[in-house]
Design a binder for this molecule. Structure first.
Ligand code: FES
Length: 163
């Protein structure tokens, strides 16, 4: 059967270019959706590498600043770190404190101390670490990097040097 196109050439070209524009828009939308879906999955599977801050020691707090069963976030170079005075700990004894990087080993959120459950918690995906920095539950793949705590005078120093 013979088909007769009743539209003039200009209208047919306009239809084709409109169709191309719609196809391009749909294609880019689907590509953006795919990238937006795949990127978080890849970031979940491959956690960010922890870069060294270059800092070896900082004053994290003053003696008496923290109460037992309390934590504090401080800057360790260009990264956050966390200092915790353990429940029942003596504020004047370095052995009563623990310090870690506060960068979650999962996707890099900043962790915090939860006095109610006495562990270090990442709110992003409900990751829990104990006061040795070990993963208790949640998606973090590795423990938190531990720092050394020392008291000199009235200052609590945190250092990346191994004890
Ligand atoms: S970033 Fe996912 S649990 Fe911390």
């Amino acid at each position: 059967m013979l088909e007769i196109d009743i539209y003039p050439l200009e209208m047919r070209l306009e239809k084709v270019s409109r169709r191309n524009a719609i196809n391009i828009l749909l294609g880019s939308g689907i590509a953006a959706l795919g990238a937006g879906t795949i990127y978080p999955i890849i970031r979940y599977i491959i956690p960010p590498a922890e870069s060294g801050s270059g800092t070896s020691s900082v004053s994290a707090a003053k003696v008496g600043e923290l109460k037992p069963n309390e934590g504090k976030i401080f800057k360790f170079g260009d990264k956050p770190a966390i200092l915790v005075l353990k429940a029942g700990g003596d504020p004047s004894s370095a052995a009563s404190y623990v310090a870690f990087t506060a960068v979650c080993t999962h996707l890099g959120c900043t962790v915090q101390y939860r006095a109610d459950i006495k562990n270090i918690w990442c709110a992003c995906h409900n990751g829990h670490y104990d006061l040795n920095g070990m993963v208790i539950s949640g998606p973090p793949p590795t423990p938190l990097t531990a720092y050394t705590v020392a008291i000199k005078g009235e200052e609590i120093f945190v250092s990346s040097a191994k004890a």
